[in-house]
Design a protein around this ligand. Sequence first.
Ligand SMILES: [Zn+2]
Length: 76
Amino acid sequence: MTCFYCKGNMKESTTTYMEDLGSCIVIIKNVPCTKCSQCGEVSYNGTVIRQIEKIIEQLKNSLTEVAIVNFSTNVA
Ligand SMILES: [Zn+2]
């Protein structure tokens, strides 16, 4: 797999995903991804994206301002 932007090598890695929902900031640690060794561009596969959406959906209803979760512990 090569990078969409710079055609560099994409390597399997983990990253910290962050999303600002307005009233709440969600931080998901240890999200599996592929990362470009050249420019650092990160991409997620479909399964991971669906899981991120699920986690965010659950956290949306919580009243916490900053929610920090670990990706791996949230995969059933
Ligand atoms: Zn790149």
